[in-house]
Ligand binder design. Structure first.
Ligand code: CO
Ligand code: CO
Length: 316
């Protein structure tokens, strides 16, 4: 139950960030995220952690303004590594047009970094999880498989070289996708993170009382992702997500093996994933053009919203 009618979005929905009304035409958007290192390079880890934390603000169609660092490191890590992490974070925040204005650090054997981000939005223009309509086209703005690729790197199935595009995508801000979805008056959006592509799509569909289909062949994957998934080279968390997601992702006429291999990909937890955006067919061209103009590549059209059991997803 909201403590105040100015709490526009809080605990009760699975939206990406909390929203608090400051004035009729202005609301504060608040989010926090931090995690353990996902790459070896401390500077790049800082960039990824910041891009990931900022993403929940962009996913709401809001503008980030300031951020606070959250850092847990052991003294034995050395000041040089710590300052590289923070430099990465602050460079990303600056790229997003925002500023780091403080933070807090504690002593911890397992390093962790991230930030709390404050942004603003016109309450009338918030783009939520809820609002997708039958007929909307579903776009994804990055490439799926960061969890699988990181798992594969750990056992030397991938190299530093083959990980380059994966790291570059994780470092990329979702600001361009956000600008494109605002221009295209998107009906609903979220970013894809720890619950994988179908986990986050499900939340959006359920909140919108609709269902969807995904065109499997049109889901953009990093090279090797499907093969690694089929060889069960996946992050441990994926298996729990598949258990949950098999309740709403229909198997259709896929045999068990093919269904499970695809689910390994579709349930792969993403670090700093892209935006999942629902746009009316009339506005799709605006979204594609704007995103391409800003990002230098096209967003992937991966499926369509349809009327049906809220939250259910079929693969075609
Ligand atoms: Co999110
Ligand atoms: Co988050």
């Amino acid at each position: 139950m909201p403590v105040s009618e100015d709490v526009l979005l809080g605990f009760e929905t699975s939206d990406d960030a909390a929203v608090f009304r400051l004035r009729d035409d202005l609301a504060a958007v608040l989010t926090v995220d931090f995690f353990t290192p996902v790459v070896d390079d401390p500077y790049e880890f800082g960039c990824i952690a910041a891009a990931n934390a900022l993403s929940d603000v962009f996913a709401m169609g809001a503008t980030p303004l300031v951020a606070l660092n959250i850092l847990a490191v052991s003294c034995s890590l050395g000041t040089e590594i710590v300052s590289e992490i923070i430099r990465g974070g602050s460079d990303k925040v600056r790229e997003a047009g925002a500023f780091i204005v403080g933070g807090h650090s504690i002593d911890d054997d397992e390093p962790k970094y991230g930030m709390a981000v404050f942004g603003t939005v016109d309450p009338e223009k918030i783009i939520r999880n809820k609002g997708a309509l039958p007929g909307d086209l579903i776009f994804y703005t990055k490439v799926i498989g960061t969890g699988i690729m990181s798992a594969a790197r750990k056992i030397d199935f991938e190299t530093d070289e083959s990980m380059r595009p994966v790291i570059d995508f994780m470092k990329e801000l979702n600001d361009k996708g956000a600008q494109a979805m605002i221009a295209a008056h998107a009906h609903a959006a979220t970013d894809v993170t720890g619950f994988g592509l179908v986990g986050h799509l499900h939340e959006m569909l359920e909140a919108s009382d609709v269902s969807a289909y995904i065109k499997w062949d049109d889901v953009p994957l990093f090279d090797g992702v499907f093969e690694h998934s089929s060889a069960f080279c996946r992050p441990g968390k994926t298996f729990d997500i598949i258990d949950w997601a098999s309740n709403f992702v229909e198997q259709g006429n896929l045999d068990d093996e093919e269904y499970n291999n695809r689910m390994g990909v579709l349930c792969d937890p993403q670090t700093s994933g892209g935006l999942l955006v629902c746009v009316s067919p009339e506005d799709a061209e605006v979204f594609i053009r704007k995103f391409e103009e800003l990002a230098g590549r096209k967003p992937a059209l991966i499926g369509k919203v349809i009327a049906g059991k809220p939250g259910s997803i079929s693969l075609v």
